[in-house]
Design a protein around this ligand. Sequence first.
Ligand code: NAP
Length: 281
Amino acid sequence: MMQKVGIVGLGLIGGSLGLDLRSQGLTVLGVSRQWATCERAIARGIVDQASPDGALLAEADLIFLCAPIAQIAPTLQALVPHLQPATIVTDVGSVKAPIVEQCSPLWANFIGGHPMAGTEAQGVEAGQRDLFAQRPYVLTPTDQTEPDALETLSTVVKSLGSRLYLCEPAIHDRAVAWISHLPVMISASLIESCLGESDPAVKTLAQQLASSGLRDTRRVGGGNPELGLMMAQYNQAALLRSLGAYRDRLDELITQIEQQDWQSLGQTLQLTQQERPHYLR
Ligand code: NAP
């Protein structure tokens, strides 16, 4: 029976997992690079015990790796000498294929995961209760995944109130390129386009007039720059495919407006209004 859960990296996602899992009565053991973060995580009720030493996780039944994407495989490598073979290890990285490729050879009982929830905050103060409730949580098992381990992890994911999805790592990466990574890039380039306004009076007035439509579109582009960079680095092919398709749509839009083809533009907007509910649940 699942009793002890380890969390490595006590930031927004790791901290939020700790708060929810402890509230279910599980013992949560945290590993952070700094003692100050360990102490703060204990004080905030994120973990029962914490240490910079991976040996703390020797008896963990399940471990969540919650470091930045580039650090997930190195973190697992450093942890391996401390673990029992039965321990299930999962990660929370926003990209799956490269992580699963790197981590599977390091740990047979590794299952890739991606909780699709977040805020703009970072670090040990950012964790919050119920972050994952009603939100999708993707697990990416492979042919090598032990069915029992998948079952155990699935039960824990569902206990967070999340909607569980299972898929192949590469399919996950192509899907999130559309609905998560592309919006980050579009939003970032929207902000950059506004910054490019050369008339200071227009720029200042635009900032003063900016209201909810722009706020919604801009939100994700103003988030953690490291995360956006890693989405591009680790999901390069799928993101380029989505960006290319987006550029084609943008070219079409420019042509319609240049040619005053209001009928085609109207049809496009009608279609997007109709399709919007399929992208927002
Ligand atoms: P975060 O708040 O910045 O937390 C990341 C934590 O990783 C840090 O608090 C730090 O924990 C640890 N860390 C940082 N640099 C490290 C390094 N060089 N080596 C080892 N550990 C390091 O970020 P987050 O949003 O929780 O992101 C963590 C993971 O969640 C990422 O892989 C990201 O792709 C994924 N994710 C993020 C979101 C989101 O919206 N933010 C959503 C879904 C998934 P310590 O200080 O305790 O060591």
